[in-house]
Design a protein around this ligand. Structure first.
Ligand code: PBG
Length: 337
């Protein structure tokens, strides 16, 4: 129906980029990217007990769930065809120790959660984070010796953590710790134990970011970390070339997929990683990004659904194959509708 719209006479300019934007069908026809439910990974926070749904004040609409409610929530995600979930435990503070030994307890909260999800026989992949911070009394991702997070000893602990998670049935091991050499060591450890089918999604370019604040509240590690930070192992936000070196090493060590984290402030890194290596590349729209958007939307300052979908689409345009996002379920419902 072009006729009722005012026509442009004359021949200047002959190339009009607005021409294909005039009708909805045409805008859809020339769209370069499309966000689908297959692009979504849902991170969720889990908690001991039954029938527990605890709100996280800095993350509107996100809750910590006990395992019974978790299974129902994941069943809904599977129904929506979300391909994978990522589990994050809020560990009881009396289980946190200096050596974070709870991380390799085969009956820890995450392992029990994985077994419970597997028992429900849902068509959904399970991703488990590998790092010591949910279990350490100091809130660091690794073992601390004389005030410094030591690398090689930490990697040994991470291998043990990976093995118990794989034994519980985890499909994708996701090391988020940023120790050097951990991908190769974990790959070797998994293979030696017969878990050669378990995939590794490496948090390859993970920055020392202030956008993780609400997450640390959600898993209860911010109090433990105190005024400490993770700048001796997570990357400096000033660096881009270094991200490519991190990714190159992780691919060489056997990572099946790589991740960039945070997401929106690092879309340049997503783009460079995907265009340089062409490997499955994921971005994590982290807790602080979620808080910004969901918090502003809750105030009525932003349109919730529109900013959610626009932000997720931006990851696709940058080259990501998928996005870890706390919006996954809401976005999947909209995309299906
Ligand atoms: C733990 C871990 C963190 C996140 C995922 N895994 C926090 C951190 O490194 O302190 C952050 C996720 C988010 O902010 O949504 N190693």
């Amino acid at each position: 129906m072009n006729s009722p719209l005012p026509s442009n006479s004359g021949s200047f300019p002959s190339t009009r980029l607005r021409r294909p934007r005039r009708e909805d069908w045409s805008r859809r026809l020339v769209a370069e990217q499309q966000l689908t439910v297959n692009d979504l990974i849902w991170p969720l926070f889990i908690h001991e007990g039954t029938n527990i749904r605890e709100a996280i004040p800095s993350m509107p609409n996100v809750n910590r769930l006990s395992l019974d409610l978790m299974v129902d929530a994941i069943a809904e995600a599977a129904e929506l065809k979300i391909p994978a979930i990522a589990l994050f435990p809020a560990t009881d503070s009396n289980l946190k120790t200096d050596d974070a030994r709870e991380a390799s307890n085969p009956d820890n909260l995450v392992c029990r959660a994985v077994r419970k999800i597997k028992e429900a026989k849902l068509d959904i992949g399970i991703i488990c984070d590998v790092a010591l911070d949910p279990y350490s009394s100091h809130g660091q991702d690794g073992l601390v010796r004389e005030g410094y997070v030591v690398n090689d000893e930490t990697v040994e602990a991470l291998c043990k953590q990976s093995i118990v998670q794989a034994a519980a049935g985890c499909d994708i091991i996701a090391p988020s710790d940023m120790m050097d050499g951990r991908i190769g060591a974990i790959r070797k450890a998994l293979d030696a134990e017969g878990y050669d089918h378990v995939q590794i999604m490496s948090y390859a370019a993970k920055y020392a970011s202030a956008f993780y604040g609400p997450f640390r509240d959600a898993v209860g590690s911010s109090g433990n970390l105190g005024t400490g930070d993770k700048r001796t192992y997570q990357m400096n936000p000033a660096n881009g070339d270094e991200a490519l070196r991190e990714v190159a090493l992780d691919i060489a060590e056997g990572a099946d997929m790589v991740m960039v984290k945070p997401g929106m402030p690092y879309l340049d890194i997503v783009h460079r990683v995907k265009s340089t290596f062409g490997v499955p590349t994921y971005a994590y729209q982290v807790s602080g990004e979620y808080a910004m958007l969901a918090g502003a939307a809750a105030q009525g300052w932003l349109d919730h659904d529109k900013v959610m979908l626009e932000s997720l689409l931006s990851f696709k345009r940058a080259g990501a194959d998928g996005v870890l996002t706390y919006f996954a379920v809401e976005a999947a419902k909209l995309l299906r509708g």
